[in-house]
Design a protein around this ligand. Structure first.
Ligand code: ADP
Ligand code: MG
Length: 702
């Protein structure tokens, strides 16, 4: 019971104390906290509010303004359960020194056991005149101690993540209780001068500000410090790992001479765009070093990343080394192989394809030639990473990603190579423009080159959103295009968890063949077809034998058929924005003005917003940023993403400035202290390891 134990016998509460030791905290509360994995006082302090409610100052009953939101402190003088069983009504009469007030709660009979005569209550709600008496209906209530300070000014009350068994109110009360007892124990891992320069509060002040802010500005300042810390920890980890890796690993330095440059350019049937030139400069700069480099090339669909990657691979080959190109699917690996082979036709560079479909005997030959250095460029799927593929001298690994990557996943590459010290340079290509905040966190270990302009001569793609009822209209447009000799894609979504993607597209194709596209030459493409069959279908589409390709999102990346000028995406609401954008990029690659028709049932406001973004914008970066804002970082990358994204305070849709600051600070910090092992860094270092060490695969220092 409150206030029963003598204060002296209670041991002092610490951050490491169990929640059971918190004074005035009964077993039910402790259990509720435990269930939320808040087992120690420190966990409570780190349990941050998601938002704040504004609480009006307490007024007396007499002074309370009718029809305004008021906060009143008064004593319960009587209670009664009224109404009937179906519609119970719990009533209480409250009294303060100025008058009486009737309070009623509907459908909350359990309050009868909780709110008892003699209790002091703080209630919040709107006072109304009812039967000529003042009445407060369904107010929020708290049972408070008489010595609980009055709320005298507008107060922000934190709203905490809560559970079925413990409410935000109770969590807030426990946190308010422990806060003054343990704040003094919170040690800062950053020096005061460092914080002053960045206008950041001390850690203990920051926690006080987020849990008990005087005003919005304080809440924001507290959050800013905690968010900065999260971002700094990650960036420190990223730069520390880099420092560790360049201390223990080397990559072959790839020199570039004017002759080499000219020889490589001669392979391209066009002049490079300015954006491509810039990316190539940045990459060549990396590759000239012995420090193993990791760089992301991001560029909108069709911006010409493959050519840039080929340039880099040929730099490796020119220095007598090898390069690998890995794609997320076999189809893409096959396409890359075809594209690169075409550009290398007639050169001495030897290129091979190795995938799951390669026959064992072929595979053996390839691996043998690879280890003897007779193959210059090997194209395959990401499986190349995990298999025992031995290069004679791998200098560059190009990874073509969609968007299923995180900071941790590339670690495996680092151990490849012909001896333990030598590792390849790594180049990651993505056709998904990634908002900068995500690029710097999820992919924080990469330098970034952005190809932000398309090669000349592209015609913009018009995008229309139609409802399922307007499907006929969509296929009328398709027929019109086919009549003109152009070609079409129809994309069907994968029904999630359906093991038979084939069924969905086949059903759609049958429907179309019997209905709006009767008599047209149609082909089917999905991931469950054998490689030969897929290849044949693609080839026939390329040749124009197939007019309409009905496919799953397998055609998302890489398919290049300039004569295709119309795409219909069925159930477009099922796709992510980034994915829709990539799909759309399959048209608009040739001379025809192209159109993309999204057939969608926008059942939610969010879905409608997202489709609108697609119709309005053709800029992948803008679409990506909007997608992040609408859906949040977890959704942006699809399911099961890296834990790095589970920030408590930082908000990747908003905190670019803070992130930029943290990244700059972290880089400078590690430059000054590449092992993060100075005595005054011990706390920072251990907290950083705890926060991101495992995720980043950092090896323990010292
Ligand atoms: P991405 O991989 O970025 O989607 P690709 O490298 O596949 O783009 O290039 C898309 C198309 O544009 C290809 O057909 C390619 O040959 C062509 N292309 C690339 N760079 C240029 C350029 N500088 N000028 C003209 N066409 C280019
Ligand atoms: Mg490409």
């Amino acid at each position: 019971m409150p206030g029963m134990e003598p204060a002296e016998s209670t041991p002092r509460l610490r951050l490491t104390s169990r929640v059971e030791e918190i004074p005035h905290t009964g077993p039910a509360i402790a259990r509720g906290l435990r269930e939320m994995r808040l087992t120690r006082v420190g966990h409570l302090i780190a349990h941050l509010p998601t938002r704040y409610e504004r609480i009006q100052p307490e007024t007396t009953i007499a002074d309370s303004l009718r029809d305004h939101l008021v906060t009143i402190r008064a004593t319960v003088v009587a209670t009664r359960l009224g109404g009937h069983r179906r519609k119970p009504r719990f009533e209480a009469v409250l009294e303060d020194e100025t008058g009486r007030l009737d309070v009623v709660w509907f459908n909350a009979p359990y309050l009868q056991r909780r709110i008892l005569p003699g209790h002091l209550l703080r209630v919040r709600g709107k006072v109304r005149l009812y039967n000529r008496a003042l009445q407060l209906a369904n107010p929020e209530h708290e049972i408070i101690d008489p010595d609980e300070p009055r709320i005298e000014v507008v107060t922000l009350r934190p709203v905490y993540p809560a559970s079925e068994h413990i409410s935000t109110r109770v969590i807030g009360r426990v946190i308010r209780r422990v806060l003054p007892l343990v704040l003094g124990d919170i040690e800062d891992h950053l020096p005061p001068a460092f914080l002053r320069e960045r206008d950041l509060p001390a850690l203990r002040d920051a926690y006080r500000m987020v849990h008990a802010p005087q005003d919005e500005a304080e809440a924001a300042a507290g959050r800013r410090r905690l968010a900065y810390d999260e971002l700094l920890m990650l960036q420190l980890g990223v730069f520390l790992r880099r420092a560790q890796s360049s201390a223990t690993h080397e990559a072959p330095p790839l020199a570039r001479t004017p002759e080499i440059d000219a020889r490589i350019r001669a392979r391209f049937p066009f002049a490079l765009t300015e954006a491509q030139e810039r990316a190539i400069e940045e990459i060549a700069g990396d590759l000239a070093q012995t420090r193993p480099s990791s760089r992301l090339i991001q560029g909108d669909v069709g911006s010409g990343k493959t050519v840039v990657a080929l340039y880099a691979m040929l730099l490796a080959v020119a220095s007598g080394h090898q390069a690998a190109l890995m794609a997320p699917t076999e189809i893409l690996a096959e396409q890359h192989f075809a594209t690169l082979s075409a550009m290398l036709a007639g050169s001495r560079t030897s290129i091979e394809l190795l995938t799951g479909s390669t026959s064992p005997s072929q595979r053996e030959v390839i691996l043998d030639r690879l280890s003897r250095g007779e193959i210059d460029i090997l194209v395959g799927t990401h499986a190349l990473l995990s298999e025992h593929v031995a290069f004679r001298s791998l200098a560059l690994a190009v990874i073509d990603e969609q968007h299923r990557f995180g900071v941790h996943q590339r670690a495996s590459l680092r151990t490849k190579g012909d001896d333990a010290r030598t590792v390849p340079h790594v180049l990651v290509m993505t056709a998904t423009p990634i908002p900068r905040t995500l690029a710097l966190t999820v992919l924080g270990d990469l330098d970034i080159s952005t190809i932000d302009a398309l090669p000349p001569g592209r015609t913009p793609i018009q995008t229309r959103v139609l409802r399922p009822a307007q499907r006929d209209e969509a296929y009328a447009i398709v027929r019109e295009r086919l009549e003109r000799g152009e070609q079409a894609f129809v994309v069907a979504p994968l029904i999630e968890q359906s093991a038979h993607e084939a069924v969905d597209v086949r059903t759609l194709a049958d429907e179309l063949a019997r209905g709006p596209l009767a008599g047209r030459r149609m082909g089917l493409l999905h991931g469950q077809l054998a490689r030969d069959e897929r290849e044949q279908t693609m080839e026939r589409f390329r040749q124009g034998e197939i007019e309409v390709l009905v496919a799953t999102s397998i055609i998302e990346v890489g398919v290049d058929v300039p004569n295709a000028s119309v795409m219909v995406i069925e159930s477009a609401e099922r796709f992510g924005l980034a994915q829709l954008h990539q799909l759309r990029g399959r048209v608009g690659r040739g001379p025809h003005a192209s159109i993309c028709i999204l057939i969608a049932e926008a059942t939610t406001e969010q879905a409608a917003q997202r489709l609108e973004v697609m119709a309005k914008s053709c800029d992948g970066f803008e679409i990506a940023q909007r997608d992040l804002e609408i859906r949040g970082p977890g959704e942006f990358f699809g399911t099961a993403q890296s834990g790095v994204l589970r920030f408590r305070a930082a908000d990747l849709a908003r905190d670019l400035d803070l992130l930029t600051l943290a990244r700059r600070d972290a880089r400078q910090w590690i430059e000054r202290s590449p092992r993060l092992d100075r005595p005054d860094e011990a706390l920072l270092c251990s907290r950083m390891f705890k926060a991101v060490g495992e995720e980043l695969g950092l090896s323990e220092v010292g």
